[in-house]
Design a protein around this ligand. Sequence first.
Ligand code: ADP
Ligand code: MG
Length: 291
Amino acid sequence: SVPAAILSALAAAARGGVLFKGGAALETLAEVDTFAFDKTGTLTTGKAEVTAVIAVDDEAGFLSLILGLEAQSEHPIADAIRRHATARGITPAEVHDVRTIPSEGITGMDAQGAVWAGNPRMAARMGATVDGAEFAALRDTAQTVIWLGRGAHVLGAVSVADRPRETSAAGLAALRAEGVGTIRMMTGDRRPVGLRIGAELGFAPRDVDADLLPGDKVRLVGELTGRGKVAFVGDGVNDAAALARADVGIAMGAAGSEVALQAADVALLSDDMARLAAARALARRTRRVIR
Ligand code: ADP
Ligand code: MG
């Protein structure tokens, strides 16, 4: 049976918005020395805003097509594009057979053929290049850029800016103060974006891993587990495998996806990252009591 000290710790954690799926996760969290964080929707709000639009032809047609694709995605980036287009009275183009390519973007078919939206990796998959002179300013920003294309032809791009959650800096500082040795960021976004958000949150450049596919996150988490207990904190569908691979998978419950919640050992119902450090401190106190 579960020791009373663990039961009361689980209840105390739950009151603070940290739901453990069992006593084992609490005991393991006490030993975690490495935290790996997803960026978008985890360290950042996931409430991105569109900051610029560059359409090769007419902007309304461009927005309608990208809306037709992103209307069918649950990624935080899609949400930003939907809000931007809808606020301008744009109606979505008809796009069917929509498919998500994790950490790359989204593809589909309209009346004229194959269309897609995503990052340069997605463009390359479609035989398109994003090196046009009209996009120079976008390529140089430390913001996320989403390209829209029809086959090998690029139709334009939007930049999207996200910002750290208000509680991220304090939450990370609390983990460091708690004695957590290693804290890393793992993102599917471009490196300049990871470095910019990382700099705001006290990450050294060497602790930021960018341009990752979901499988890369799993591999990196696996490498870290060779050196000690590892927690992965994530929010998205893309993060399920990394959450499962970590010794303790922690899902952002309030904003996170159903799949992430299922793969996780712990759900963080509050957006407040400081609760994580508090939960680890509680886990360590509880371990001292039962040993
Ligand atoms: P993170 O690891 O920071 O949470 P993701 O792995 O979810 O980021 O996404 C990585 C990148 O894949 C995004 O920055 C974006 O370029 C591209 N991407 C993912 N989903 C979409 C989408 N629905 N539409 C366009 N691009 C997308
Ligand atoms: Mg994410």
